[in-house]
Design a protein around this ligand. Structure first.
Ligand code: COA
Length: 397
């Protein structure tokens, strides 16, 4: 494997759970050296989070992949000194403690900057580093509710539902990874000042609510709960096929609607009458009914052939088994098998996105707690075996 895009970038991941550690993991996939600093004795809380198989986390191998696990307890003076030595030799710290915690321990940004003025620090918190809620604890699912998104999920006559996994955390992780990269570019390519990046769990989702924000501002409309994205497309929906499968069809653009007319043999009847979305949306019912009946008369295989030929995006609703078995997933190595101590090997998502020259690499699955202590404290910081033994004995590492 040749040089990776982020080779030479060293990141200290002192974070826990999903959002911030996942951000560090995305960068580790693309070649950054990520040192995962974990609480002595118990490690990242994520190691204990289910689902478990034989009492062992099935998620850790993927979440911890490509990271060097070291233990360090920030409650000890010696622990803080070691942390600052690591900061001295690093480019980035990614953290997600509550806003006051690092300062309370005496290792906040000002102290980090004393040992390394060029350190970039990416913070992830529930509500951000400022504002009246800045000191509050945060987890993705309640913060998704705070973002305004949960309100819109589900059916109008039933309570709102949360997503089936920690979406807000992963979205925040993407912004944290992007923010870190932009700060590295600004520091290294533009020779700018090292920055702090302030990521909250709710703003990542809120940033995506563009339509709802403008709709409320300009039209006074509060987007209500609906099982489908609504307001701008027709047809749009989940339709049932002749062989009892559900398919999604959505005509977000007018050309796609024209292609659907071709697939359905409706060009003469529907065009130009319905060529423009605004005209379709004035009374969506006849079109929705016709599409629903057309889908119900065909098997999914027949529909897919017609839609693919005409250029209409269509998919059945996949479960994870379908993803495993699909040739597109296989061709793109979206699911990879990685050796791991706990299970022999475990399947996990491949590297996203795909780079032409520096594709990244999954070098190892999540390590056992403290597996890299000797390498990091010995080789990188130059501690002797006796010093390491002493730190271990005092439970600092
Ligand atoms: C996740 C969260 C709610 C946990 O809160 P918390 O544990 O009560 O409080 P803090 O963030 O102040 O973390 C301090 C704790 O970190 C733990 N910790 C983790 N790594 C540690 C280390 N290397 N050294 C010392 N303590 C460590 C300790 O248990 C410590 O608690 P203690 O001082 O009482 O022993 C909080 O960190 C938070 O809101 N984070 C931001 C949002 C977020 O990222 N949430 C997770 C989304 S995936």
């Amino acid at each position: 494997m040749g040089k990776q895009a982020l080779e030479g970038v060293r990141i200290l991941d002192i974070a826990t759970v999903i959002a911030a550690p996942w951000a560090a993991g995305l960068l580790a996939d693309l070649g950054a050296e990520v040192i995962k600093v974990e609480m002595t004795g118990r490690g990242d809380a994520f190691r204990a989070m289910g689902p478990l198989k034989d009492g062992k986390s099935i998620r850790w191998p993927s979440m911890g992949r490509n990271k060097k696990s070291v233990t360090l307890d920030f409650h000890y003076e010696e622990g803080k000194k070691l942390f600052l030595k690591l900061v001295e030799k690093s480019d980035v710290v990614i953290e997600n403690f509550k806003t006051d915690t690092l300062d309370k321990w005496g290792i906040g940004i000002d102290v980090m900057r004393q040992v390394n003025p060029d350190i970039i620090v990416t913070h992830v918190t529930g509500y951000g580093q400022t504002g009246p809620y800045r000191k509050l604890a945060g987890l993705g699912t309640p913060l998704q509710a705070f973002s305004g998104m949960t309100y819109m999920q589900g059916y109008p006559d039933r309570p709102p539902v949360s997503p089936p996994f920690a979406l807000a955390d992963y979205v925040a992780g993407l912004y944290a990874a992007m923010g870190t990269m932009v700060a590295l570019y600004h520091r290294d390519a533009l020779k700018g000042k090292a920055q702090e990046i302030d990521v909250s769990l709710y703003e990542g989702i809120f940033r995506m609510e563009e339509a709802m924000i403008a709709q409320y501002d300009l039209m006074g409309t509060i987007r209500e709960r609906s099982p489908m994205p609504s307001g701008a497309s027709c047809p749009i929906g989940t339709f049932e096929t002749a062989d009892d499968k559900y398919v999604i069809i959505v005509c977000s653009t007018n050309p796609v609607f024209e292609h659907l007319c071709d697939a359905m043999g409706k060009r003469d009847e529907w065009l130009p009458k319905y060529a423009v979305a605004g005209d379709r949306l004035k009374d969506p019912k006849p079109i929705m009914t016709a599409v629903s009946e057309w889908v119900k008369q065909h098997t999914f295989a027949e529909l897919k052939e017609k839609c693919d030929a005409a250029g209409v995006p269509i998919s059945t609703i996949y479960n994870i088994k379908d993803c495993f078995e699909d040739p597109q997933y296989q061709a793109r190595h979206d699911i990879v098998d990685v050796p791991c101590e706990e299970f022999g090997s475990v399947k996990m998502p491949g590297i996203v996105p795909v780079f032409s020259e520096t594709p990244g690499e999954i070098k190892w699955a999540g390590q056992k707690l403290g597996a890299a202590n000797e390498e990091v404290y010995g080789d990188l910081l130059g501690l002797s075996d006796a010093e390491l033994a002493d730190l271990k004995q005092q439970k600092i590492i």
